[in-house]
Design a protein around this ligand. Structure first.
Ligand code: HEM
Length: 98
């Protein structure tokens, strides 16, 4: 499961921050731990985690609940959730129906 390797959490947070900085215009650049065919692609970073589409949707729902808790306005909440959902295919690419 994705959360079993807690020692990697600080690194994940850092890499994810760099990734968001780069995709939103930089100037920071990320150097992926497991490079794939596309720079900023997320397939290889998540492949071994075997995240199912259902698990992905639940994380998105939790993100939505967090944004509600922080009273983020509907428009901005929609933008964040859409940006997250845009990567569903890459993040769940390693999942195989049992
Ligand atoms: C259910 C959804 C997701 C889960 C459970 C998840 C979980 C994880 C985990 C556990 C890692 C660390 C892997 C390692 O040990 O190296 C990781 C890496 C990463 N994730 Fe996710 N992730 C999810 C969705 C996303 C999304 C939607 C994005 C971007 C919008 C994202 C961006 C990243 C980045 C940039 C890294 C670092 C890659 C690197 O080290 O080069 N993740 N994710």
């Amino acid at each position: 499961m994705a959360h079993e390797n807690l020692g990697r959490l600080p690194g994940l947070k850092f890499m994810r921050t760099l990734w968001v900085c780069e995709i939103t215009g930089g100037p920071q650049k990320v150097s992926p731990t497991k490079p794939g065919s596309r720079h900023l692609g997320l397939k290889e970073a998540h492949r071994d985690l075997k995240i199912s589409p259902k698990e992905f949707d639940e994380v998105a729902a939790e993100l939505g609940r967090s944004l509600n808790f922080a009273t983020v306005p509907a428009r901005e909440k929609g933008e964040v959730l859409a940006a997250f959902a845009a990567h569903k295919k890459d993040v769940t690419a390693g999942y195989k129906i049992p």
